[in-house]
Write a protein that binds this ligand. Structure first.
Ligand code: F6R
Length: 609
C-alpha cells in the first residue's frame, strides 16, 4: 500500500526520493512527504494528494544528500497534512517513514502523553518516532534507538529513520513489512519495493523479518533484533527499468493485457517436458519425494489470485484426480485450519505481500503444513516464507487491476497440475497433448487480443449498463468471476460472475431485455449445458456476448455477438476466455473516463488485514 524511498550518497536526495516515490505510485496513496538533512537540520515537505502537489509546494526541492520519503494510504488518522509522513520526534531530531500498523499504539501514546509529549498527528508512526527520539536523546546511536523502540511495539513496521546529528546514515528495519536496499558505488537506496530501486542499481539486499540495517554511502550492515550480525546475500533485480514504464500505451493496464503472450511464453520457458508430456518446476523438484505422499491440495489466495487458484483446484480435481480446493486466504487464516502432512498448501499472490495470504501461510506452516508459493515478485515475503515455490515471471505489474499476473498464475497451476496428473492418472500421450496445448498458448492469446475492437465496441455500447452478468461452467466459473471483478474494480459497474448451473436458482430473475451477459461457452464438456443457459437468456431478451468456438454455429444462432475462440485443449481455456473480459472492462472504464490504473479506494498490494 504505502511506499517508502530513501537515499544516502553524494547527489541531491530530493529528485531521487521523489522519483522513487513516483515509481511506487501504483500502490495507491493519498498523501506524500519527504525529509532531507542539510546543515544538521531536518527539512520537511508534506502534502495531501498526489506527488505533483508536493513538488508544486516545493518547486526548488529540499537541500541535502540524504533523504527519506513516503506515500501514505491513511490507516491511523484522516488524510491531512499533519498525518503525512515523515514524522519527527518532539525534539525534531529524528524523522521516520513507516509502513504497517502498530497494534499497541494507544497504550504507548497514553504513556508518552502522561510524560508530557504533545502529539501533532493522529498517527501511530509519530508515536514510534517519539520512542526512537527518546532513545537517541538518552545518548544511543540511531540503530540502537530503533532497535529498542521496536522491541516495545506490537504490529507491523517497515521503517526508515534518519538522525539530523548523524546525516551520513539511514537506519531501516523490517517487522513484517517489506524493505529492500539497493547497493551502488558511494550511494545506497532503500525502498519498500525493488521497482523503485531499479533505475539506480540492479543489486539489492532484502531485509528478512526482524532485521535492522545501517545504511551508509559505503554499504549496509545488518543485525537481528538481538544485535547478532546477519550475513546478507546480494540479490539481482531481474526486471529491466523500462518494463515498469508505460511506453506508448495510454495505461499500464492495457500494456499489461497486451503483454500476456510474452509473459506466458516467459513463464513456461524451460518448464515443459514435451518428451515425457510433463512439466518441470524447479522448486518442486527439491521436494519431489514428499510430493508422492500428497493426497490433497489446498490453494489459498485473495481476489484475482483466488480465481486463478480456483482454476488450479479444478485442474487438480479433474485432470490430476487429486482432491483440491481453493480457499479465500483471509478466511483460512482465522478458521483454525486442520493441517495434515499429506496436504500440499499452495499460496498464490502476485505481489507476494498480501497480508491475508501471508497470514494463512504462516498459520499453516506453524502447524507443520508444507506450503508452496506461486508469486510474481522475486524476493517477496511469500517467496521467502514458503517451503518451495515458483515465480511466474510475468514482469512488473503496475496497474492496480491484475491481468497478466492472472494468466501467468493460471499457467503456474497448470504446470503444477500437469506434474501431479503425470504422477498419478494421466497417461503420457494425454500429457503430451496438454504440453502441446500450452506451447500454442502465447500465439493463441495474441489471437484473442486481436479482437480488441470488438470488445471495445461492446464496451461503448454497454458503458451505461448499471449491471452486467458473466456466466460460465466448470473451469470457466472462476473466469466469469474474474471478468466481473475487473468490471467492478475499474469501471465501478455492479457485476457478478456466476455458474451457469446456478442461474435457475435465483439470478435468472435479474434478466431483463437488453441486459448485457457475457457467456463463456468453449467447446468442452460444459457446452451442452451452457447452450441451455443461452436459451434461457435469449428467451428473456438478454444481450448475450458469447466467447465460443469460431465455428460453433449453434451458439452463434442463440447469441447477439460472438468473440471467437481458436481450437484449443480444454485445460487451457481460462487463459483465452479471460482476455476479452479484461479488454471489455478496460474499454468500459476508458469510455467512462475513469482513472484506470488507480481505481478509487483500492491499492495494488494489500499489506494490512
Ligand atoms: C484485482 C486485484 C486484487 C488482487 C488481490 C490479491 O485486480 O488485483 O483482487 O488480486 O488483492 O493480490 P495479490 O495477488 O498480490 O496477493
Amino acid at each position: 500500500m504505502c511506499g517508502i524511498m530513501g537515499y544516502v550518497g553524494k547527489e541531491e536526495a530530493w529528485p531521487i526520493v521523489v522519483g522513487g516515490l513516483r515509481r511506487l505510485e501504483y500502490r495507491g496513496y493519498d498523501s506524500a512527504g519527504v525529509v532531507t538533512v542539510s546543515r544538521k537540520r531536518l527539512r520537511l515537505a508534506r502534502s495531501v494528494g498526489h506527488l505533483r502537489a508536493l513538488e508544486d509546494s516545493h518547486p526548488e526541492g529540499l537541500p541535502g544528500t540524504v533523504g527519506i520519503g513516503h506515500t501514505r494510504w491513511a490507516t491511523h488518522g484522516g488524510v491531512t497534512q499533519a498525518n503525512c509522513h515523515p514524522h519527527l520526534d518532539s525534539a525534531q531530531r529524528i524523522a521516520i517513514v513507516h509502513n504497517g500498523i502498530i497494534d499497541n499504539v494507544e497504550a504507548l501514546r497514553k504513556e508518552l502523553v502522561a510524560q508530557g509529549v504533545e502529539f501533532r498527528s493522529e498517527t501511530d508512526t509519530e508515536v514510534l518516532a517519539e520512542l526512537i527520539g527518546r532513545e537517541v536523546a538518552a545518548g544511543r546511536g540511531l540503530r540502537d534507538a530503533v532497535l529498542r523502540a521496536l522491541r516495545r511495539i506490537e504490529g507491523t513496521a517497515g521503517i526508515v529513520a534518519v538522525d539530523r546529528n548523524d546525516p551520513e546514515r539511514l537506519v531501516a528495519a523490517r517487522i513484517g513489512s517489506p524493505v529492500v536496499i539497493g547497493l551502488g558505488d558511494g550511494a545506497c537506496w532503500v525502498a519498500s519495493d525493488a521497482l523503485a530501486l531499479r533505475p539506480y542499481t540492479d543489486r539489492m539486499v532484502v531485509l528478512e523479518d526482524s532485521e535492522i540495517a545501517e545504511i551508509s554511502p559505503d554499504g549496509v550492515r545488518t543485525v537481528d533484533l538481538d544485535e547478532r550480525d546477519r550475513d546478507k546475500r546480494v540479490e539481482k533485480i531481474l526486471h529491466r527499468p523500462e518494463e515498469a514504464e508505460k511506453g506508448d500505451y495510454e495505461h499500464f493496464m492495457l500494456k499489461e493485457i497486451w503483454e500476456q503472450p510474452l509473459a506466458l511464453d516467459r513463464s513456461m520457458r524451460g518448464r515443459l517436458d514435451a518428451g515425457m508430456g510433463s512439466s518441470r518446476l524447479g522448486g518442486l523438484e527439491t521436494h519431489e519425494q514428499r510430493l508422492f505422499d500428497i493426497r490433497r491440495v489446498v490453494f489459498c489466495a485473495c481476489g484475482t489470485s483466488l480465481y486463478s487458484a480456483q482454476v488450479g483446484a479444478y485442474l487438480m480435481n479433474r485432470y490430476a484426480r487429486m482432491p483440491a480446493t481453493a480457499e479465500d486466504a483471509a478466511e483460512l487464516a482465522v478458521q483454525n485450519p486442520i493441517v495434515d502432512r499429506h496436504t500440499l498448501y499452495v499460496a498464490i499472490s502476485q505481489s507476494g505481500e498480501t497480508a491475508d495470504t501471508l497470514g494463512a501461510l504462516r498459520e499453516i506452516r506453524l502447524r507443520g503444513g508444507l506450503v508452496a508459493g506461486i508469486t510474481n515478485v522475486v524476493g517477496s515475503s511469500l517467496a521467502r516464507e514458503t517451503d518451495f515455490g515458483t515465480y511466474v515471471h510475468a514482469g512488473p505489474e503496475i496497474s492496480v487491476c491484475s491481468t497478466k499476473a492472472f494468466t501467468a498464475q493460471v499457467l503456474a497451476t497448470e504446470l503444477l497440475s500437469l506434474r501431479f496428473a503425470r504422477m498419478r492418472d494421466l497417461g503420457a500421450n494425454e500429457g503430451r497433448a496438454w504440453v502441446a496445448a500450452l506451447e500454442k498458448l502465447p500465439a493463441q492469446t495474441q489471437g484473442m487480443l486481436e479482437q480488441w475492437q470488438l470488445c471495445k465496441q461492446m464496451a461503448e455500447r454497454f458503458q451505461a449498463a448499471p449491471y452486467t452478468m458473466f456466466i460460465g461452467r466448470g473451469i470457466n466459473v472462476p473466469v466469469a468471476s474474474e471478468g466481473a471483478l475487473k468490471l467492478k474494480e475499474i469501471a465501478y459497474v455492479s457485476a457478478e460472475g456466476l455458474s451457469g448451473g446456478g442461474m435457475k436458482h435465483g439470478p435468472l430473475a435479474l434478466i431483463e431485455p437488453g441486459l448485457p451477459v457475457w457467456a463463456l461457452v468453449p467447446p468442452d464438456e460444459t457446452r451442452e449445458r451452457m447452450l441451455g443457459n443461452l436459451r434461457e437468456l435469449e428467451a428473456r431478451g438478454a444481450y448475450i456476448i458469447a466467447v465460443a468456438a469460431a465455428d460453433d454455429t449453434e451458439v452463434a444462432e442463440l447469441v447477439d455477438t460472438v468473440v471467437p475462440l481458436p481450437p484449443h485443449h480444454p485445460t487451457v481455456s481460462p487463459m483465452l476466455t479471460v482476455v476479452p473480459l479484461q479488454l471489455y472492462a478496460y474499454y468500459v472504464a476508458l469510455a467512462k473516463g475513469y482513472d484506470i490504473d488507480k481505481p478509487r479506494n483500492l491499492a495494488k498490494s494489500v499489506t494490512v488485514m
